[in-house]
Structure formats: C-alpha cells, structure tokens
Design a protein around this ligand. Structure first.
Ligand code: 4NP
Length: 153
C-alpha cells in the first residue's frame, strides 16, 4: 500500500551503497507526513543487510543517519506503491524497465541525474569497488539531485 501522499523509491544494484544514500538524503529534505522515501536494489545479493559502512560514514559526516536501513530487492509491486522511481545508472534502468507492465509503470522510472542534467543520460557511478573518495563523490551528486527533486515535488 502507498504510505504517504507522494511515495519515492531510489534504486541501484545492491541497495547498500548508492540508493541508501539517495534515500537518506531525500528523506532529510522532505516532510515525512506527506512524503515517503524508500530504496531497493535490482539484485538480491545483499537483501536484509544494512548499508555499506562507507555509505554510512559519508552520510554521518553530512549529518544523516542511514544505519537503520535494510536492503530489499526491487519487485513489481513497487510500481503500484511508488509514484517516482529514481535509478542510479543505465543498467538499473534497463533492469527496472524489464519489469514494467504498462506505460504507467514506465513513466515513473528515470535516471536520477536527469534532474541535474536533462537528456544527458548521466549515471551515478558504482563506488563499491573503489575507495572512500568515490563515496564522497556519489554523495555530492545525490545531494544536488535530491535538492532539485525536493524543490519540485
Ligand atoms: P550499489 O553498489 O548498487 O550502489 O549498492 C553495489 C553493491 C554491491 C555490489 C554491487 C554494487 N555487489 O556486486 O555485491
């Protein structure tokens, strides 16, 4: 069931690095009485796990606590329960699009960085195999995108 007036889902591959940050950042900018934010991964590898310690650390550095989040896999019912589905990269986009049932599902899905640079098809890079600077870089990209989303919805 939809949980609020406007429901927003952030999606990446593992739901432990990028989408938990997007989830925490956007949630921190919105009134929780009106907006519900969640996140999911297209893969099932990390279901039930907390975010990666490097995502937890970069969020904490910016005053956001994401330690309570637990990874879940994206599923078709998310199309029914969310109004906006933001994906991090082209691979996530293709994986989510494959599960769409109709145009209504399809129009909910977009690359999150299209909010910053429309029609550029920019991707939030997967920081999993890199160092801590990759996580800071991802944080800054998502902070900019989430500010724009919070201002428009
Ligand atoms: P995320 O990063 O999609 O931003 O959560 C990843 C986390 C784990 C894996 C890949 C990407 N993995 O292959 O386990």
């Amino acid at each position: 069931m939809p949980k609020a007036t406007v429901n927003i889902l952030m999606v990446c591959l593992g739901n432990i690095c990028r989408s938990p940050l997007a989830h925490g950042i956007l949630e921190s900018k919105l009134d929780s009485n009106l907006y519900y934010v969640d996140s999911a991964g297209t893969g099932a590898y990390h279901v039930g796990n907390p975010p990666d310690r490097r995502s937890i650390a970069v969020a904490k550095k910016h005053g956001i606590d994401i330690t309570h989040q637990r990874a879940q896999q994206f599923k078709v019912s998310h199309f029914d329960n969310f109004d906006f589905i933001y994906v991090m990269d082209q691979s996530n986009y293709e994986n989510v699009l494959q599960l769409t049932r109709n145009d209504n599902d399809r129009k909910k899905v977009s690359l999150i960085l299209e909010e910053v640079a429309p029609n550029m098809h920019s991707e939030v890079p997967d920081p999993y195999y890199g160092g801590d600077t990759g996580f800071e870089n991802v944080y800054e990209m998502l902070e900019e995108a989430c500010s724009l989303i919070a201002n428009k919805i």
